[in-house]
Design a protein around this ligand. Structure first.
Ligand SMILES: NC(=O)c1ccc[n+]([C@@H]2O[C@H](COP(=O)([O-])OP(=O)(O)OC[C@H]3O[C@@H](n4cnc5c(N)ncnc54)[C@H](OP(=O)(O)O)[C@@H]3O)[C@@H](O)[C@H]2O)c1
Length: 216
């Protein structure tokens, strides 16, 4: 499939692009600095197109950027610096642009308890409150205000450890995720139609990613 990745210079995105290409997809990688995106080792030039994407742009401009993509991945984020315009409204505009472009599959990388304010008083959540609120509005918009075939992946703390290829899904999942495991899970979501219209919490754990997703 033709897959658009928003936020393509990020840590998760770089791994995701590799995984999507390895799985045989064609990637359109959108970033503010597309010159920083490099072709993964072993990939053919025609498997990766890079385009300029700034989530501050209008919905109309974003629609043109999406080109002929069939699937959207939102893996952008402002690291707390621009939550309203990037993490919240930037995501919403990309959803609206995807709907206009007739690209119904939308995979959102989100965060722990993004949809559960009752958990936000927890000491570990407090430093992330504004970020989590931004994700709350973006995730809710995706679920209730669009007709997109979404999957929302709620990852725990990202770490730069090596991937294990194993994860857990649901309340029992571990409190961290190696970035390559998050990227691999995002990529494999496309192989599991049972993930449509689901909010999936993930963390470290003992199950091979495909096996975990099969029961998501
Ligand atoms: N950190 C965690 O523990 C954690 C846990 C769960 C979920 N998450 C989610 O995972 C996402 C990805 O994580 P990561 O570590 O890969 O993040 P990252 O390395 O900071 O990458 C974020 C990407 O978003 C891009 N971006 C920022 N503002 C933009 C804008 N206005 N328009 C277009 N692109 C923009 C950045 O581009 P530039 O290079 O141009 O700045 C960068 O490529 C985070 O944003 C967060 O929402 C994080």
């Amino acid at each position: 499939m033709k897959v658009f990745v928003a936020g393509a210079t990020g840590r998760v995105a770089s791994e995701l692009i590799k995984d999507l290409i390895e799985a045989g997809h064609e990637v359109i990688a959108g970033a503010r600095n597309p010159e920083r995106i490099s072709l993964p080792e072993g990939a053919e030039a025609e498997q990766l197109r890079t385009v300029h994407l700034d989530l501050h742009d209008s919905k109309e401009k974003l629609s043109q950027t999406l080109q002929d993509a069939q699937v959207m991945y939102f893996v952008a984020g402002s690291r707390g610096k621009d939550l309203l315009q990037t993490d919240a409204f930037g995501a919403v505009k990309l959803m609206q642009a995807a709907e206009e472009a007739g690209a119904p599959r939308f995979v959102m990388l989100s965060s722990l308890y993004s949809l559960d304010p009752s958990k936000w008083d927890d000491e570990r959540m407090k430093p992330l409150l504004n970020y989590t609120i931004a994700k709350f509005f973006a995730d809710n918009y995706l679920i209730t205000n669009t007709t997109l075939d979404y999957t929302i992946l709620q990852a725990s703390n990202l770490t730069e450890e090596a991937g294990t290829g194993e994860i857990a899904i649901g309340e029992e999942s571990g409190a961290t995720n190696a970035i390559p495991d998050v990227a691999a899970t995002l990529a494999k979501i496309l192989d599991h139609p049972n993930t449509l219209h689901k909010v999936i919490r993930m963390g470290s754990g003992p199950l091979p990613i495909d096996a975990a997703l099969a029961h998501a």
